[in-house]
Design a protein around this ligand. Sequence first.
Ligand SMILES: *Cc1c(COP(=O)(O)O)cnc(C)c1O
Length: 394
Amino acid sequence: MKKQALKLYQSQLHEMEEAGTLKRESLLSTPQGARIGVGSRKGVLNMCANNYLGLSDNKFLIEKAKESYDAWGFGLSSVRFICGTQAIHKALEKRLAAFLGTDDAILYSSCFDANGGLFETLLGPEDAVISDELNHASIIDGIRLCKARRLRYKNNDMDDLKAQLEAARDCRVKLIATDGVFSMDGFIANLPAICNLAEEHDALVMVDDSHGVGVLGGRGRGTPEHCGVMGRVDILTGTFGKALGGASGGYTAARREIVDMLRQRSRPYLFSNSVAPAICAVTMSVLNMLESSTWLPSTLRENTAHFRAALAEAGFDVPESTHPIVPIMLYDARVAREFASRLLEKGVYAVGFSHPVVPMGKARVRTQVSAAHTKKDLDFAVQCFREVKEEMNA
Ligand SMILES: *Cc1c(COP(=O)(O)O)cnc(C)c1O
């Protein structure tokens, strides 16, 4: 029996290898940063991390983490409601809520867990969840766990959202769920229209702002700040694993009653270990940085504009947006893969994405700009893109 199961997995892995969909991990020989070691290569320009603010190897934050080990220890060996809550957890929840402009916030080990523990807690069979078709896997999985009626609308399509809200008219609670930023295209959710529709249809709005928090808005408060709807989004989830330092951890920031319910019922919160104190300490310092200066998000914004303009001038096909996720459309899966591997030979690390991660015939090399990049880095990247394009006649 066991032998048969292992044989099955072997053949499935073999099929993935044949289809070219087997994922391989590149070994980094350095901390995460603008320049990294990849395998035996040194000083490679990294254009594919979610390290938007360049904080992953920030010396000051590393010191803060070290200090926190002395003050708070290594870990809690407990969940929050048994003996896993320190002052630093409560302090971070309060700071996050103030930063994001919500009543309260609750910490999770990851945003994946925040989303996994959200829908089941808030929605029963009488309720409906209306979800953007391009939402992150963790929202999809979180929704799978709840018994609410499930409706889907076309990506950022407000007419379709309206139609789905009308279809859910008779449901008790209606919850609209969307990513703040769609990670394959760098598109920003139309939150003003979503909030208007939610108000018209008496629905709650949930935004997963993992690619928005620290990135968008004048002060890095994310997609709601960028869209001018702070205070109108009922539930925000997000990660500390991207712009806000890049280690791990996540949160849900929401209206008081919602956070109170999550503390009582949300399974990944109740049955998984407390966030490590060093992550709380470092995240507090990141929020301090963002509250005391707009320098990091504004540098990121300038870098992004610079890179997007240079790519456009070089004739690359880049979907219109202002987000630091910058996909270079190549359409053909093999071209995208070859393009990325030639970039690496020139010292630029970026990844080619193809079906099933993006729609068939929409393959691309996706790049991500960081505040840690210099203009020279970005010009170098564009130069390499130009050269590869010429070499490949792409
Ligand atoms: C990255 C990401 C997550 C997962 O965050 P983790 O904290 O790494 O679990 C969830 N949602 C979205 C939209 C993301 O981009």
